[in-house]
Design a protein around this ligand. Structure first.
Ligand code: AMP
Ligand code: GLY
Length: 422
């Protein structure tokens, strides 16, 4: 079959790699793709949010199945447009993508189905929001309701920070995303990510991961899209996983179906776990980046079968086969990221990187021209490896990092520290 993947990050390189492991794939196109993806698939220079251009591409290339990687096209309703045109599509409808696109919506769903989450209130004006903060007291968390590229969350350890965050959001710091603000209870504990596939009715867990959001060693400094991740997450014990599934994920999926907006695709629950009890921090309606790089290396060829079963409503008969292994991915970013950074520096050493189901260099923001790889984004590479233990996976992933010759790049040296020290 002919398959189209929308997106151009490390996540989409990992999805592309996994899809190509499966003999069902005859032709793979990725739009827009990146320098690494262009080595293994055909890339098409179109915007994933441009539904018209995506539909034209599908017609030209006789595409049978579309996998949507990032949240922007999902929130823009691209999956609906594709399904309306009769195309088999992996990714939720615009209505179901509200689980990521509106934090207030998700909190109300949690309320309706009794899923454990932080106590909260929704506001459309600064005055009442500030009164609520003064009454609840810091620490407290202030969130822009809409999509803000992972930057719309302020974890305020003191009241002044929380009040300033409210002013910033209503002043338009996050554009339309901040027209409504959610203020919620500060949760303590350990964070973990839980991934399930869902065909509207059936739910199939496909793995757990932990990522490192902060740019600096020891999880310090500003938030990023993610500087590294590992899978499985030790915090997701069998008991915690069962509780997350039964008390959070399944009730959410049932509530979405009850409302007539069933969820299909991958549901990514960001959890906070304290004393063995998981609470929902947020949902994403797509794979995490860089968590996906770990999951795809562990799943391999079956990832395509599972995504097809999801899109065709056949998850009830699907199983996941797991090796008892571990995966880690280490992100290399351009110096300055997540602040201002330069583009265009040359990256050497990528030509003879291993590309096996144990060690692989996934590309994010790279461009390949005339045989040269250059950096064209903030997060640039995701060096990913598998091993029998997390330590093995870590040693292999950092072994790959050592082969990259790119003075303008950096990475954290402590990905997995919490799990490895435990
Ligand atoms: P989000 O974009 O919702 O994932 O939030 C970004 C990060 O903010 C999360 O990964 C958490 O580290 C932190 N965070 C969000 N909500 C809370 C909360 N209620 N309590 C503590 N930390 C939170
Ligand atoms: N790595 C976190 C995310 O993709 O949202």
């Amino acid at each position: 079959m002919n398959i189209l993947i929308l997106g151009g990050g490390g996540r989409e390189h990992a999805l592309a790699w996994a899809v190509l492991q499966n003999p069902k794939c005859d032709k793979l196109i990725v739009a827009p793709g990146n320098g690494g993806i262009s080595r293994i698939a055909q890339c098409a220079a179109i915007e994933p949010t441009d539904a018209g251009a995506v539909l034209d591409l599908c017609a030209e290339e006789s595409v049978d199945f579309v996998i949507i990687g990032p949240e922007a096209p999902l929130a823009a309703g691209v999956a609906d447009r594709l399904r309306d045109a009769g195309l088999l599509t992996f990714g939720p409808s615009q209505a179901a993508a509200q689980l990521e696109a509106s934090k207030g919506f998700t909190k109300d769903i949690c309320d309706a189905c009794d899923a454990p989450t932080a106590a909260y209130a929704r506001f459309t004006a600064a005055g009442p929001a500030k009164d609520y903060i003064r009454a609840q007291r810091a620490p407290i968390v202030v969130k822009a309701d809409g999509l803000a590229a992972g930057k719309g969350v302020i974890v305020a350890m003191d009241e002044a920070t929380a009040l300033a965050a409210v002013d910033d959001m209503f002043a338009g710091a996050f554009g339309g995303a901040g027209a409504e603000v959610v203020i919620e209870e500060y949760l303590e504990g350990e964070e973990a990510s839980f991934f399930v596939l869902c065909d509207g009715e059936n739910v199939l867990p496909i793995g757990t991961a932990q990522d490192h959001k902060r740019v600096g060693e020891g999880d310090t400094g500003p938030n990023t899209g993610g500087m590294g991740a590992y899978s499985p997450a030790p915090a997701m014990t069998e008991d915690v996983t069962r509780k997350a599934l039964e008390s959070i994920v399944k009730p959410t999926v049932a509530e979405m179906a009850r409302r007539g907006t069933p969820f299909t695709g991958v549901l990514f629950a960001g959890l906070m776990i304290e004393n063995g009890q998981p609470k929902l921090i947020e949902y994403n309606v797509r794979f995490g980046d860089p968590e996906c790089q770990c999951l795809m290396l562990r799943l391999g060829a079956q990832a395509l079968d599972l995504m097809l079963a999801t899109a065709e409503g056949r998850l009830g008969e699907s199983r996941v086969t797991w090796a008892e292994d571990h995966a880690m991915t280490v992100v290399m970013a351009a110096r300055g990221y997540p602040g201002a950074y330069e583009k265009g520096s040359e990256i050497k050493g990528l030509q003879d990187m291993p590309e096996t189901s144990f060690e692989i260099c996934f590309h994010a923001g790279t461009t390949r021209e005339a045989g040269r790889d250059t950096a064209s984004g903030g997060r640039v590479l995701a060096l990913t490896a598998r091993g029998d233990t997390l330590q093995d996976a870590r040693d292999r992933a950092y072994g790959l990092v050592a082969r990259v010759d790119w003075p303008e790049g950096f990475c954290r040296s402590d990905i997995g520290w919490r799990a490895l020290s435990g």
